[in-house]
Ligand binder design. Structure first.
Ligand code: ADP
Ligand code: MG
Length: 698
């Protein structure tokens, strides 16, 4: 019996130490299982032989049968040569070309032998040719797989005989050797219900399917399996945590909450805000630690939800903190809190990297003594030296900027972990949140405060700049304010910074003082200057705020009604949406102007068109996922769903759903996975949990 998980690939017949090392180095294939899970990226149907006259460079891999003549070697450089040969069948001829292994190939090409040639047609001038095709004599009796797997490989591997065909041969050898030794890992009931093929069958057929039907059955089974275990990891983690992680019980709705609610609430809560506050409150008195994700589009009023629920913590004798991704945001929250909580007798403090010396010392003492009730800050507040008297609740604003490790650090600040609310304004497409946040409970604010008019979004090319400036002047004359944002992909990129400075100069020329006041904020300014400029803009002392994306998240200036985004084609959809959310915050009809150059790539054009067409964050998130794939969506990096090997979170949505429900039902019925039929799942959780399940990232 061979354990395919642990047996080194070196022991497979036809591998040996040298190739084993190369396989590990080039493709990260170290064990039998790694090779089994190295799936072909496509198949060629060898039963479909094409005629030379039909092929064009648009064809995928083609299979041809015919004769080879005119074999020629040309010296192309001191050490380089080129082998060409003419291949022909009854319909025409095509050139075959090799740049490597010239001698070896040449010796094998014989006249008057019928060859089967496979390759990808490409253009060479006006001619079509096949470069490095696979050539072998036609044999009518050898049993050959009519669906040929094609594997990705590398130049180094090819040099050692491991071209796609060489890899196929290794897989074939292995499959024969391990026949009957690949155990099933899904419960039989699940296999039966979804009519899945067995694991062994699937792993065979994914490499060597008899036809496209068996290939699809294999692929579906393997995708299902992969998503199933992803869900199992997430959901088991969640149920275990819910059952075993003790949480503070906030039984009371006390004086502070009630007084704030009846005396200080600046406006009635929306239905969605009320619902979410209730959901959080229920978690907080359940006796289990809360881990909740709050999704709400920009401007939906998440801050107020944070504040109200933080008061619940205070009423129950605990401290609460709010962590924001930038100093600007932290200090904005701080000022809002001070204003809204005025007269309630609460101690609120602000802790950021720029709070130093005596002030910092005082805050740290206040936290330790319990005198400070509410702390607002940046990641400075997760530093080890910051200690609380009784931290009961942590709110993390705009979560994607904080990593998992940083969150864990916060948890360690209290013997019983605090309740955690993660707020994000980046709506997450449903398929993603089902997987990505399978381990978090979710609340959604799906309603904007009343009276918001949809933002008008306009696409303008650089040629229209003067018209845009005119429009800005009209708005300013109405008493409104304007943002002009430049992309700054890399904080240290001096070219980007130059763009910004040039823009600032040209705006200062067209909007001269004293009639107009222009602010500028960017990442290379110190925190104090930034805060000063932000404040001036907030107080309405400046009309235009020229900035980089530092204002992207959270900044709240209701009187700003125009958002001009320069080089909009360089921003991703979710960023554009975030930026647009800075306007339309209550100051009347708002506008977002997307400035781009004349010529756009089709992807950029679709992004711009999507922005013009809709303001709905969820629709934008779906479009974003479609255009970029999950790899670029924030938060995905840490999730492990990028390591998916065969399943695709976007196109396999039905399977994501099916596996999520299956795992949920299974854990409802058997939360500890104690039933005999779930034995292999228990095994997975216990032994494999911390290892990457698939040997590599494809
Ligand atoms: P975000 O969810 O993007 O963090 P904010 O919490 O910054 O949104 O709220 C956006 C704006 O909406 C703020 O000016 C806030 O005062 C206002 N707001 C919040 N809730 C309500 C409400 N229920 N009714 C009216 N305005 C509200
Ligand atoms: Mg916010």
């Amino acid at each position: 019996m061979i354990d395919i998980r642990t047996t080194s690939i070196e022991f497979l017949k036809g591998v040996g130490p040298a190739r084993a090392q190369l396989l590990r180095q080039e493709l990260d294939i170290g064990t039998y299982e790694d090779l089994l899970l190295y799936f072909p990226f496509r198949y060629v149907d060898c039963s479909k032989v094409s005629a030379v006259s039909e092929i064009t460079q648009e064809c995928p891999y083609v299979v041809l049968r015919g004769l080879i003549d005119n074999v020629n070697v040309v010296q192309t450089g001191k050490y380089t040569e080129r082998l060409s040969a003419r291949f022909h069948d009854a319909t025409g001829s095509v050139e075959l070309v090799w740049f490597q292994g010239v001698k070896w190939v040449k010796d094998r090409l014989k006249p008057n032998v019928e060859y089967q040639v496979m390759g990808k047609p490409s253009n060479y001038g006006l001619m079509v040719q096949l470069v490095h095709p696979d050539v072998e004599p036609v044999s009518y009796d050898a049993p050959s797989h009519s669906f040929m797997p094609i594997y990705n490989t590398t130049e180094k591997l090819k040099a050692k005989g491991l071209n796609p065909k060489g890899i196929a041969k290794l897989v074939d050898t292995m499959l024969r050797q391990v026949q009957g030794m690949i155990p099933e890992n899904l419960p039989f009931e699940v296999i039966g219900r979804y009519r899945l093929v067995s694991r062994e069958r699937a792993l065979h057929d994914i490499h060597f399917p008899a036809d496209s039907v068996s290939q699809q059955a294999a692929s579906m089974r393997l995708k299902f399996e992969e998503l199933f275990f992803l869900q199992l990891d997430f959901q088991y983690g969640r149920t275990a945590r819910q059952r075993y992680s003790e949480g503070r019980i906030f039984a009371e709705v006390g004086e502070k909450f009630n007084r704030f609610y009846s005396e200080k609430l600046p406006f009635p809560l929306t239905g969605a805000q009320k619902r979410v506050v209730r959901e959080i409150r229920n978690d907080m008195r359940s006796g289990r630690q809360m881990n909740r994700l709050l999704q709400g589009d920009v401007g939906s009023g998440k801050t107020l939800v944070a504040l109200l629920t933080m008061l619940l913590a205070v009423d129950n004798g605990f401290q609460a903190c709010l962590m924001a991704p930038t100093e600007i945001l932290a200090s904005q929250h701080y000022q809002n809190f001070l204003r809204m909580l005025d007269g309630l007798g609460l101690q609120v403090a602000l802790l950021t990297g720029s709070v130093k010396g005596a002030q910092r010392k005082k805050i740290k003492e206040g936290l330790l003594s319990g005198e400070i009730n509410l702390l607002i800050g940046t990641h400075a507040l997760i530093e080890d030296e910051v200690k609380f008297n009784a931290l009961g609740y942590v709110v993390i604003d705009e979560q994607h900027r904080f990593g998992v490790q940083q969150r864990a650090k916060l948890w360690a600040k209290s013997d019983v972990p605090p309740h955690v609310l993660v707020m994000t304004a980046t709506p997450i497409p449903r398929t993603l949140s089902m997987t990505l946040y399978g381990d978090l409970d979710c609340s959604v604010i799906d309603e904007l405060p009343p009276g918001r008019q949809p933002i008008k979004t306009i696409h303008a090319t650089d040629a229209k700049r003067l018209v845009v400036f005119d429009f800005m002047k009209k708005q300013i004359a109405l008493g409104r304010q304007v943002y002009v944002v430049y992309p700054l992909i890399n904080e240290s990129d001096s070219l980007d910074l130059k763009d910004l400075m040039d823009g600032y100069e040209s705006i200062s020329r067209d909007f001269p003082i004293p009639q107009y006041q222009v602010s500028i904020v960017h990442g290379q300014m110190d925190a104090e200057t930034k805060a000063y400029e932000m404040d001036r803009f907030k107080r309405g002392e400046t009309h235009i705020m020229v900035s980089t994306t530092v204002i992207e998240v959270g900044v709240d200036v209701p009187n700003a009604t125009v958002m001009v985004i320069e080089n909009a084609e360089r921003f991703g959809l979710s960023q554009l949406h975030q930026l647009r959310g800075r306007v339309g915050r209550g100051g009347g009809q708002s506008y977002c102007i997307l400035m781009t150059k004349e010529k756009l790539s089709s992807n950029a054009r679709e992004r711009i068109n999507t922005m013009v067409a809709t303001c709905d964050g969820f629709q934008i998130a779906e479009a974003d996922l479609r255009l970029r794939g999950p790899g670029d969506i924030e938060g995905v990096q840490q999730s492990g769903i990028l390591n998916l090997h065969i399943a695709d979170i976007v196109t396999d949505e039905p399977l994501v759903r099916a596996t999520r429900d299956t795992v949920r039902n299974l854990l409802d019925a058997d939360p500890d996975l104690q039933k005999p039929e779930n034995r292999m799942l228990r095994y997975h959780i216990e032994t494999l949990k911390n290892k990457p399940r698939w040997g590599k990232i494809s």
